[in-house]
Design a protein around this ligand. Structure first.
Ligand SMILES: Cc1cc2nc3c(=O)[nH]c(=O)nc-3n(C[C@H](O)[C@H](O)[C@H](O)COP(=O)(O)OP(=O)(O)OC[C@H]3O[C@@H](n4cnc5c(N)ncnc54)[C@H](O)[C@@H]3O)c2cc1C
Length: 428
C-alpha cells in the first residue's frame, strides 16, 4: 500500500519538534543537509549504503559555478543530443535498447526542452544560485576545513570562434534571467598567453569570472568529519530499504533487519532517489546521467578549470594532477564502467591540451548525475509530512549541495519548505 492511500492516519508534523533526523545518503546533498540541521541543534544520523561519497559526489569536476547553473533541457541540448546520442564515441550516449523507464524519461525531457520552460526553470534557479557560494562560506566559517579555490582564469575553450556562439548566447540568457555572471570573449592567441597548457588548436575562448572549484573527495570527507565532530552519526554500509511512517516518527530499516525510529527522514540518495521516494508521492523520475572522470599528470597544471564546451569535457587542477570529466550516458547507475567512454573523452580533448599526458591515467571513475526530466531538483516535503527529499540536481549538485542543505534544514524544522524551494516541490 502506498503512503498516500494511508496518509489520513498519520498526524501532521509538529513544527519545530524534530530532535532526531535521519538522512539517507552521504553525498554532497545529504551531508550538507545533516550539517545545517546540526546548526539548529538536531541530532542527525546519516545512513549510507556504501561509504561517504560513494556516489556522484566523488569523481565529479568539482566546479562551483552558479554562473553556469541552469536547467539541462533546452532547445540547443536537444538539437545537439539527438544528433549525437546513438554513437558510443559521442559525449551524450543513449543505448539503442532503452528500457520503458528511460524512454519515458527521454520523452518528458524532450517535452521540457523549450525556450519558455528553460526561462521558467532558470528563474527558479536564480535565488539558489545567488546564495550558492555564500553557503560554502558558512560551512567554512563553521569548521569544514577543505578549501574552495577562487581561480583567476576559468576558461571555456573552442576550436573556432563560431563554436563559442552557443555558450555566449546561453550566458547572455542566464544574465537576462537575473543571474549575476560576468564573462568576456577572448581571441585564440590571448587564450594561450593566459593558459600555456592549451595548444594553438584553441581558436577562441570565453573567460568567466567569479566562479570557484573544490577537490570533491577532500571536501566530502571534510564535511563528513565535521558532521561527526559535531556529534552526528554516519552509519556506512547501511542500505536503507524501508521507511515506515508511524504516529510519532518514521521507522527506518536497513541491511540485516536493523530498525530505528527517527522524528523525520530526509532522502538524499542521488540517482536512486525514486527507490525510496516514489511511495511518498514523488512521481517525477530521477534518471542516472552517468559521467566519467580520470586524472592525468601535466607538465604545467592549468591555473584554473578549463571547459571544452562543444566536447562537453571539464578539466580541473586537483591534488597536483588534472582531473578530466565528461560524458552523459543514460544507463543504469550500477552498470560497469565502459572503457570506450574514457577513450572518447581522451580523443575529444587531446588536440587542445599541451604537456598533459592523457595516457597516464589514474582513478578512472564512473558516477551517476541524478537527472530529472524538467532539469529542476526535487527538494522539499513529500506526501508524508515527516519524509523529505533532497536530490535530482543533475549536473549541479556540488554547486548547489550546501544551499540545498541550508534550505532543506529550514524545511525540516518548520515542516514546510521556504519560498525559494517552491519551484522544486517534489510532488510537482
Ligand atoms: C562526471 C561528472 C562531473 C560533474 N561535475 C560537477 C561539477 O563540476 N559541479 C557540480 O556542481 N556538479 C557536478 N556533477 C554533478 C554532481 O556530482 C551531482 O549532482 C552530485 O554529486 C549529487 O549529489 P547527491 O548527494 O545528490 O548524490 P550522490 O553523491 O550520488 O549521493 C547519494 C548517496 O546515496 C547513497 N545511497 C543510495 N541509495 C541508498 C540507500 N537506499 N541507502 C543508503 N544510502 C543510499 C549512495 O551510495 C550515495 O553515496 C558532476 C557529475 C558527474 C558524473
Amino acid at each position: 500500500m502506498s503512503f498516500e492511500s494511508q496518509q489520513q492516519r498519520v498526524p501532521a508534523f509538529v513544527a519545530g519538534s524534530p530532535r532526531s533526523v535521519a538522512v539517507v545518503g552521504a553525498g554532497m546533498v545529504g551531508l550538507s543537509t545533516a550539517w545545517f540541521l546540526q546548526e539548529a541543534g538536531v541530532h542527525v544520523t546519516v545512513y549510507e549504503r556504501q561509504h561517504v561519497g560513494a556516489g556522484a559526489s566523488w569523481g565529479n569536476a568539482g566546479w562551483l559555478t552558479p554562473g553556469l547553473t541552469a536547467p539541462l533541457p533546452e532547445p540547443a541540448v536537444l538539437r545537439y543530443g539527438l544528433r549525437a546520442v546513438l554513437s558510443p564515441r559521442s559525449p551524450v550516449y543513449l543505448p539503442l535498447r532503452a528500457d520503458p523507464g528511460l524512454l519515458r524519461f527521454i520523452s518528458s525531457f524532450v517535452a521540457h526542452s523549450t525556450a519558455r520552460r528553460w526561462r521558467r526553470g532558470m528563474a527558479a534557479y536564480v535565488p539558489l544560485n545567488e546564495r550558492a557560494l555564500e553557503a560554502f562560506d558558512v560551512l567554512a566559517a563553521g569548521g569544514v576545513t577543505a578549501p574552495t579555490s577562487r581561480p583567476d582564469t576559468f576558461l571555456a575553450c573552442f576550436a573556432r570562434k563560431r563554436d563559442a556562439w552557443g555558450l555566449l548566447a546561453e550566458l547572455h540568457q542566464i544574465r537576462e534571467a537575473g543571474q549575476d555572471v560576468r564573462f568576456h570573449a577572448v581571441e585564440g592567441w590571448r587564450t594561450r598567453a593566459l593558459e600555456p597548457a592549451l595548444t594553438d588548436r584553441v581558436g577562441a575562448a570565453i573567460r568567466i569570472y567569479g566562479q570557484r572549484y573544490l577537490d570533491p573527495p577532500q571536501f566530502v570527507r571534510a564535511l563528513a568529519d565535521a558532521v561527526r565532530a559535531r556529534g552526528g552519526d554516519i552509519v556506512e554500509g547501511a542500505d536503507v530499504t524501508e521507511l515506515r511512517p508511524r504516529p510519532d516518527g518514521v521507522l527506518l530499516g536497513h541491511g540485516a533487519g536493523d530498525k530505528r525510529q527517527h522524528d523525520a527522514v530526509v532522502v538524499a540518495t542521488g540517482a536512486l532517489l525514486g527507490q525510496l521516494a516514489a511511495r511518498f508521492g514523488v512521481r517525477r523520475p530521477v534518471q542516472a546521467g552517468r559521467g566519467y572522470s580520470f586524472s592525468v599528470p601535466a607538465e604545467q597544471l592549468p591555473a584554473g578549470p578549463l571547459y571544452f564546451a562543444k566536447q562537453r569535457v571539464a578539466c580541473t587542477p586537483l591534488g597536483g594532477r588534472l582531473r578530466v570529466a565528461g560524458m552523459m550516458e543514460f544507463r543504469r547507475p550500477d552498470d560497469p564502467l565502459d572503457p570506450r567512454r574514457v577513450t572518447a573523452i581522451v580523443d575529444a580533448v587531446r588536440p587542445f591540451l599541451a604537456g598533459v599526458n592523457l595516457d597516464d591515467r589514474l582513478e578512472e571513475w564512473v558516477g551517476s548525475r541524478p537527472c530529472t526530466p524538467d532539469g529542476l531538483p526535487l527538494v522539499g516535503v513529500t506526501a508524508c509530512p515527516r519524509v523529505f527529499v533532497a536530490g535530482g540536481h543533475g549536473m549541479w549538485g556540488i554547486t548547489l549541495g550546501p544551499i540545498t542543505g541550508q534550505l532543506m534544514a529550514q524545511a525540516v524544522l518548520k515542516g514546510e519548505a521556504p519560498r525559494d524551494l517552491a519551484p522544486f516541490d517534489p510532488l510537482r
